[in-house]
Design a protein around this ligand. Structure first.
Ligand SMILES: [Zn+2]
Length: 348
């Protein structure tokens, strides 16, 4: 997690200004209409001074709160502090207990409401901000005691998680249904994913470009090459070397070269029930890499596209970290709040 300076909303005991606009009619002139003391839950104040005003245009009255205070009985900084403690790994009850050391009495359900509110605020803030490059990845968190497939989307421009869905990443139809509205709303033009086939199908259907995460790619190709090195006839070992250097360098003409290599290797059909021969496996690897080549090097011509899905994996890591301390999530709502609030920016 990057180092962040936390900013907490300031809380004033009384208002220092008059209201600017009437919240009902936008009128700009008011008469003071008495004052009340409002009890608040805060580390410094027990109560604040709230003035009431009457609007000279529509004659309605309203309360004008001091900075950091609103209708809620907790001040804004207490709500933020409670959410932050939860994000860092405390349980709802743990937060309530810890705050009571500061003489702030909160029940665990108000802590729950606080973090839903903070997560909502974040979601609203990012809801319509354009996202050009979206990282997408699946995971299997523990929710209500069971491992369930989940997919999540992260703005790779700033690391902010955007959405989480109860979708199995290997099902292209489900992934498309979930991703389509997000891609449209945010104006996404590139997705970064691992090498799963479902993401290839979805990217084609949604007409977005797709960058395959190079970590994933190199991991599985490296494994295949390692295995083939032990098994293919010696006279073909140079092909493995060439595949390795193509992947290291990712040249634009790589697809054509892989296709040529594929044609060089004689095809020997294994019988129906026989396992594929090492040379067949090599042919399959070559044609697959050749066909997917473009999706390995989108980052080469878009400089805001990263070459790995690291930003999404970090968000997953933070979700898992919180999940471990609380032994899984008790609800989807809780997981959603954790995802929104553990965003790399943490500047809520
Ligand atoms: Zn008014």
């Amino acid at each position: 997690m990057p180092i962040v300076t936390l900013q907490f909303p300031e809380v004033k005991q009384q208002t220092e200004n008059r209201p600017e606009r009437c919240k009902y009619c936008q009128g700009g002139t008011f008469q003071r209409w008495g004052k009340v003391r409002k009890p608040v839950r805060d580390k410094r104040y027990r109560s604040v001074q709230v003035y009431r005003y009457q609007c000279c245009s529509c004659h309605r009255t309203f309360r004008h709160y001091p900075q950091g205070v609103d209708r809620a009985d907790q001040t804004q900084r207490m709500r933020k502090l409670a959410s932050l403690m939860w994000v860092l790994g405390m349980s709802l009850r743990g937060v309530a207990v810890a705050l009571s050391w500061f003489d702030v009495q909160l029940c665990h359900m108000s802590v729950w409401r606080d973090l839903q509110e903070q997560a909502n605020k974040l979601e609203h803030r990012y809801r319509w901000q354009p996202v050009r490059v979206l990282g997408v990845d699946g995971m299997y968190p523990l929710v209500k005691g069971e491992k369930r497939p989940v997919i999540l989307a992260v703005d790779l421009g700033n690391g902010q998680p955007m959405a989480i869905g109860r979708v199995d990443e290997s099902n292209p139809y489900a992934v498309k249904r979930w991703l389509e509205p997000l891609v449209k709303r945010l104006g996404v033009s590139v997705i970064v994913t691992d090498d799963l086939n479902s993401f290839r199908v979805v990217a084609e259907k949604l007409e977005v470009e797709r960058q395959v995460c190079q970590f994933h790619l190199r991991r599985w190709v490296g494994r295949d090459l390692y295995e083939l090195r032990e098994t293919v006839p010696k006279e073909w070992l140079w092909v493995l070397d060439e595949v390795k250097s193509l992947l290291d360098e990712l040249p634009p003409e790589g697809s054509r070269r892989l296709f040529e290599l594929w044609k060089l290797i004689p095809e020997r059909r294994a019988g129906r029930n026989q396992p594929r021969s090492p040379l067949d496996k090599l042919r399959y690897l070559l044609i697959r890499l050749s066909e997917h080549w473009d999706s390995y090097r989108v980052f080469a011509w878009h400089n805001e596209v990263p070459w790995t899905n690291n930003g999404t994996e970090q968000a997953i890591g933070r979700l898992k970290m919180r999940s471990r301390t609380v032994r899984g999530y008790k609800s989807w709502q809780g997981m959603w709040a954790a995802l929104m609030l553990t965003g790399s920016v943490l500047d809520w």
